[in-house]
Design a protein around this ligand. Structure first.
Ligand SMILES: *Cc1c(COP(=O)(O)O)cnc(C)c1O
Length: 391
C-alpha cells in the first residue's frame, strides 16, 4: 500500500523534486554547482523576504538552530527565550549547551507567546544585558503559530538580536525578515518548501553579521563566516548534500511559479479544512483559537483513547501517516501536517481514514462528517476566489 505522508516534515514531494535528486553527481566546486548555489540563493532571498544572503548548510534544521547560537553569542551571554513547545525547548537546550544563560518567558503549550511580556521584560533591561531573544514562529509540536510581527515590534529598539526558528512556517506564511527587523531566520528543506531533508537555511541581518565577528562560542562546521566566504566564491566550505540542493532548487522553482501569496493561501486553506474536519469528527484542536498554525494541526481524540494505537491503525490499516505527540505530549495527540505536495484529495482521504480509525477504536463518529466539513471549507474558498476578468 502506498502511504499518504501527512506528518509535519519530511513532507510528500512532487515528482519533479524527486527526479531532481536523482540527477548525475557533479563536481561540487565546478561551474555547474556554482550556478545551482547562485540560483537557489536568489530564490531563497525571496522566500525569506530579505536582501541578505541566505546560506544553506548540510544539516537538518537543527543545524541552523545551532548555527544561530554559536555564531552570534559568547559563553555567559544572557538570552531571553519564548518557547511554546518542544522546538522552542530545543533551541534553549542548544544555547545552554554552549554556555549561554537563558531566561525563559513560559507559554502554556497550545498557546502563543504574549508580545507584551516580551516588551515589558526588555523595557526593564535598561543596561542592555540581554543579547538575544529566541522565538519559534510556528511550533510544530503543538500546532501553534506565534504572531511574529507583533513579537518583532515588541523587541522595539532594544539591542538584543531577534532569532527566529521559522522552519515550519517559511514558505507557508509571511516571514518578512527585513521589514520586521529579524536578525537570524532559520529554515529547512523538508518543510513547507517541499524539498527533501538534508539542507538547513539561515540568513543573518547586518547587525547579526557584526555580532558573528565578536562571538566567542566554539564553532567550526557551522561557522557562518566560512559559509559566507565560500558562497562569495560560488562554493560551499564543505561537500554539500548536492542531490538535496538540486531538489531544493526545483522545489523553490515550483514555489516561485506558484507565487508567495498563493502558497500562503493554500496552506491556510488546507489547515482550516483539517481543523474543520477534525472538529466535525469530535476531536479537540489542541491549539487555542487565534493561535492556529497554517502548517500543522494537533488534535486530541475524546475519552482516554490511546493515540499511539490510533496513529498505528491509521498507518497500518489505511496507509495514512500522521505524527504523534512529542516530549510531554507523547501519546496524547495526533499531528496532521499540510505542507508539501499534497492536495485537497489527500486531505479528504486522511479525514476519511481518521473517521474509520476512530470508529475502529470504538468511538462513535457521525458518518462522513469530517470530509463534509473539509469540503465545505474548500467550497467556500473556491467561491471567494476573485474571478479573472475575461476580454
Ligand atoms: C522541523 C523543525 C525543526 C528542525 O528539525 P530537524 O529535524 O532538525 O530538521 C526546527 N524547528 C521547527 C519548528 C521544526 O518544525
Amino acid at each position: 500500500m502506498q502511504e499518504l505522508l501527512m506528518i509535519p516534515g519530511p513532507v510528500t514531494v512532487s515528482s519533479d523534486v524527486l527526479a531532481a535528486c536523482s540527477k548525475p553527481m557533479r563536481n561540487h566546486r565546478g561551474p555547474f554547482a556554482a550556478g545551482v548555489y547562485a540560483r537557489l540563493a536568489e530564490r531563497l532571498k525571496d522566500v525569506f523576504q530579505t536582501s541578505e544572503t541566505v546560506l544553506t548548510l548540510g544539516s537538518s534544521g537543527t543545524g541552523a538552530m545551532e548555527a544561530s547560537i554559536v555564531n552570534l553569542f559568547s559563553p555567559g551571554d544572557r538570552l531571553l527565550a519564548l518557547p511554546m513547545g518542544a522546538f522552542g525547548d530545543r533551541h534553549i537546550a542548544i544555547a545552554r549547551a554552549y554556555g549561554a544563560q537563558v531566561e525563559v518567558i513560559d507559554t502554556e503549550w497550545g498557546d502563543k507567546p504574549d508580545p507584551q511580556r516580551l516588551r515589558d521584560r526588555l523595557a526593564r533591561d535598561r543596561a542592555g544585558e540581554i543579547k538575544g531573544v529566541i522565538v519559534t514562529h510556528n511550533e510544530t509540536s503543538t500546532g501553534v503559530q506565534a504572531d511574529l510581527a507583533a513579537l518583532a515590534r515588541a523587541r522595539a529598539d532594544h539591542p538584543a538580536l531577534l532569532i527566529v526558528d521559522a522552519v515550519s512556517s517559511l514558505g507557508a506564511t509571511d516571514v518578512r525578515m527585513d521589514e520586521w527587523g529579524l536578525d537570524a531566520v532559520i529554515g529547512a528543506s523538508q518543510k513547507a518548501l517541499g524539498g527533501v531533508p538534508g539542507v538547513a537555511m539561515i540568513a543573518l541581518s547586518r547587525r547579526a553579521w557584526d555580532a558573528a565577528e565578536r562571538a566567542q562560542m566554539p564553532r567550526f562546521y557551522l561557522d557562518l563566516r566560512k559559509a559566507k566566504t565560500a558562497f562569495g566564491k560560488g562554493q560551499t566550505p564543505w561537500t554539500p548534500p548536492f542531490g538535496v540542493l538540486l531538489a531544493l532548487e526545483q522545489a523553490t522553482d515550483n514555489y516561485s511559479k506558484e507565487g508567495r501569496h498563493s502558497a500562503f493561501a493554500r496552506h491556510a486553506r488546507f489547515a482550516e479544512a483539517i481543523r474543520a474536519g477534525c472538529a466535525a469528527l469530535g476531536l479537540r484542536i489542541f491549539a487555542r483559537q487565534g493561535a492556529y498554525s497554517n502548517t500543522v494541526t494537533a488534535v486530541c481524540a475524546p475519552g482516554d483513547i490511546d493515540h499511539k494505537a490510533l496513529q498505528q491503525l491509521l498507518r497500518e490499516r489505511y496507509g495514512v501517516v500522521v505524527g504523534g505527540g512529542q516530549m510531554k505530549l507523547e501519546g496524547t495527540i495526533l499531528r496532521l501536517g499540510n505542507m508539501g505536495a499534497i492536495g485537497r484529495k489527500d486531505i479528504v482521504t486522511a479525514l476519511a481514514a481518521l473517521e474509520l480509525a476512530l470508529r475502529d477504536s470504538g468511538i462513535e463518529v457521525p458518518s462522513g462528517a469530517g470530509t463534509a466539513a473539509a469540503n465545505a471549507v474548500f467550497a467556500r474558498a473556491e467561491a471567494a476566489k476573485p474571478r479573472v476578468a475575461v476580454g
